[in-house]
Ligand binder design. Structure first.
Ligand SMILES: CC(=O)N[C@H]1[C@@H](OP(=O)(O)OP(=O)(O)OC[C@H]2O[C@@H](n3ccc(=O)[nH]c3=O)[C@H](O)[C@@H]2O)O[C@H](CO)[C@@H](O)[C@@H]1O
Ligand SMILES: C=C(OP(=O)(O)O)C(=O)O
Length: 419
């Protein structure tokens, strides 16, 4: 079994380059199915979710040509099925985007319910609401969702809940629909905007992405394109928090600082020095004794749920009592028991974790229960006394490109080992 070995009491120093955004890449890859010609996607992160999705596209009949680790050309014109069974889609959440893409392209879709991090029930009722608003009939048979329509009719859909996945899936379904589709109470995440930009570059007219009303005017005849994925704000935030947690000095490069404002604001509130450039954020934690803060997760531009867990690791050593409230997912505190094994003083009450800062964490054998729990344990391992051994690292590989090399580049001792 492969594990990640992290040596403790380390101080991150230097520069790290951030990869393309997982949550944009995993939507844009299935979105190529609606394109009318080859699409070259640049700045893909080298993560297993991307590898799995390109393998799925290949099995569906697409022609895949890798140019290097981060650039691929996908010719979707040879995709010859609208069926993605369970064994193909179970490994990741984003396989749900095949539903919207198949519906746009074939007016028919059969996709098994998706996998992804176990952080709550994660229903897809709002995705289905979007498809139904465009006239699709929905059937759930044997764990597969079947969608069928003669002609998508567009229309308006008001999302009951702000959902990244449902917003993007509705945009994909609308991409070949010649009537106007309007999504109200849409998600405003940068990854939604990146997908909208991808759709624009293949010929779809998308207005309002980044606000809570998105209008999509599709057309049947679309083209191919070249698209560069935006930087991963969650990977960037993870390195920012790791720098602060180890009292390090790290220039986090190739980022869009605006996307990271909620993280920058919280680190500054804790007393960490953070400077912003055009495309970098410099975290200067040397000599600082950070203090406890309260953090509440919200849809963008609020503090991101995907950085709730890493922030918790940082707060375990901040002086005072911090309260971290998770408002998006019901069960995103599985990392807490692992942090407690390392000596952290945390109590979970309902949707909040109450953290009392302590002097030191102790290295331990711990388990990455999900993707961001994994990066949380890396940060905790770097802060702790002694060595931390993290198991279940497949979760980490789903979302962090070359995590060992990137941390080593910041001067710390971390390595994958086989046991
Ligand atoms: C692949 C991907 O992009 N994953 C991201 C995406 O997940 P995902 O798209 O699954 O998250 P959503 O934004 O849809 O979920 C937000 C909330 O809405 C609920 N909900 C969602 C859809 C639905 O039909 N019904 C419903 O009740 C969810 O259970 C959750 O409580 O956005 C999350 C919130 O920023 C991130 O944590 C994930 O990293
Ligand atoms: C929850 C996450 O991923 P997914 O939605 O792909 O499970 C995440 O990226 O933190």
């Amino acid at each position: 079994m492969e594990k990640l070995l992290v040596k403790g009491k380390q101080v991150l120093k230097g520069q790290v380059n951030i990869s393309g955004a997982k949550n944009a890449a995993v939507a844009i890859l299935p979105a190529t199915i609606v394109a009318g010609g080859p699409c070259t996607i640049e700045n893909l992160p080298a993560i297993s979710d991307v590898k799995i999705l390109t393998n799925i596209l290949e099995q569906l009949g697409a022609k895949i040509t890798w140019h290097d680790e981060t650039t691929v050309t996908i010719d979707p014109t040879t995709v010859n099925t609208y069926h993605a069974p369970h064994d193909l889609v179970k490994k990741l959440r984003a396989s749900y985007y095949l539903m919207g893409a198949f519906l746009a392209r074939f007016k028919h879709s059969k996709v098994a319910l998706p996998g992804g991090c176990q952080i709550g029930p994660r229903p897809i009722d709002q995705h289905l609401k979007g498809f139904e608003a465009m006239g699709a009939k929905v059937k759930l048979v044997g764990g597969e969702v079947e969608l069928k329509v003669k002609r998508l009719c567009g229309g308006a859909v008001y999302m009951d809940i702000v959902s990244v996945g449902a917003t993007i899936n509705t945009m994909l379904a609308a991409a070949r629909c010649e009537n106007l589709t309007i999504i109200e109470n849409a998600a405003k995440e940068p990854e939604v905007v990146d997908v909208a930009n991808f759709l624009s570059s293949i010929g779809v007219i998308v207005r309002g992405a980044g606000t809570d009303v998105i209008k999509i005017q599709g057309k049947e005849e679309l083209t191919g394109c070249v698209h560069t994925v935006i930087p991963d704000r969650i990977e960037a935030g993870t390195f920012m928090i790791a720098a602060a947690a180890t009292k390090g000095d790290v220039k986090v490069c190739d980022v869009i600082p605006k996307h990271l404002e909620p993280v920058t604001a919280k680190l500054r509130e804790a007393g960490v020095k953070v400077e912003e450039g055009d495309d970098f954020i410099w975290v200067k934690g040397t000599g600082i004794e950070p203090k406890a803060i309260d953090v509440k997760t919200f849809p963008y531009p609020g503090y991101p749920t995907d950085l709730q867990q890493p922030m918790t690791a940082f707060l375990t050593k901040c002086k005072g009592i911090s309260i971290v409230t998770e408002n998006i997912f019901e069960n995103r505190f599985q990392h807490v028991d692992e942090l407690k094994r390392m000596g952290a003083n945390i109590k979970v009450e309902g949707r909040s974790a109450i953290i009392e800062g302590i002097e030191n964490l102790q290295g331990a054998e711990v388990k990455a229960t999900d993707l961001r729990a994994g990066s949380t344990l890396v940060i905790a391992g770097l802060m702790a006394e002694g060595v931390t051994k993290i198991s279940n690292i497949d979760h980490i590989k789903r979302g962090y490109a070359n995590i060992d090399k990137k941390f080593k580049g910041l001067g710390v001792d971390i390595q994958f080992i086989k046991e």
